[in-house]
Write a protein that binds this ligand. Structure first.
Ligand code: E4P
Length: 234
């Protein structure tokens, strides 16, 4: 299972890399524009610190220009994966890029039917959008299981990527329902670990601990310091 970080921020990538949550990165034009800097330079910075797949999206809309742009982007680094929209133009582009040996991540998949030709041609990733569908009052989570089953039935090497993961429930559903990969924005990881139950329990445990007479907890509390002294001495 791959965990991608959905961001174009170097600071965020460095932070989550330390937590082991960056097997790769996904960007899109909106995420790159948020950085307010030269986008090509930003992509170069990202690939210099991430060795796994880094998805970057085409911004042209005509197939031949999309292909040219994709080839230029792919030449930046070997681990670049090109995001192509799941449209009829996207089918033409993905087919051409496959012939060129360029990996694609088919984006903007809102319904499994959009993915059929791409699964058939065996693209690298299909990004099923979950959160963006909720904006229209609909639940796209059941389609995670459907798409995984389609990929397995069609015996395709395509990997299902859970995208637009905006809350902890979407994250666990994507994992449990068979996504091969998920792309998680830092804001979602923050929601996971700013759980008020976690903070309250942590506070209560420490308050109880500090009520113990200092002499009773001294040995336990000083373990770290003792270990540091022992390590420095060796
Ligand atoms: C990832 O590849 C997508 O671009 C991203 O997950 C979209 O997320 P959003 O719908 O929350 O913007």
């Amino acid at each position: 299972m791959e965990f991608f970080l959905d961001t174009a921020s170097i600071e965020e990538i460095k932070h989550y890399k330390k937590l082991g949550l960056v097997d790769g990165v996904t960007t899109n034009p909106q995420l790159l524009s948020k950085e307010g800097t030269d986008c090509l330079e930003q992509i170069k910075k990202i690939v210099s610190i991430v060795s796994g797949p880094v998805s970057v999206e085409v911004t042209c809309t005509e197939p031949h220009r999309m292909v040219e742009q994709a080839m230029g982007l792919a030449s930046i680094a070997e681990n670049i994966v090109i995001k192509v929209p799941a449209s009829t133009e996207g089918i033409v582009v993905a087919e051409r890029l496959k012939r060129e040996g360029i990996k694609t991540n088919i984006t903007l998949v809102f319904h499994p039917s959009q993915a059929v030709p791409f699964i058939k041609m065996g693209v690298e990733y299909i990004s099923l959008f979950v959160g963006r569908v909720e904006d229209f009052g609909l639940d796209n989570t059941p389609h995670i299981r459907t798409l995984r089953s389609m990929i397995d039935t069609m015996q395709s090497p395509t990997r299902l990527l859970g995208a637009s993961i905006r809350n902890p429930d979407y994250l666990v559903t994507a994992i449990a329902d068979g996504a091969h990969a998920v792309t998680v924005p830092p804001a979602c990881w923050q929601k996971v670990y700013t759980n008020p139950m976690l903070s309250q329990a942590e506070r209560e445990f420490l308050e109880s601990w500090r009520r113990l007479p200092p002499l009773v907890r001294k040995k336990y509390d000083s373990l770290t310091a003792d270990m540091e002294v022992a390590q420095n001495a060796s």
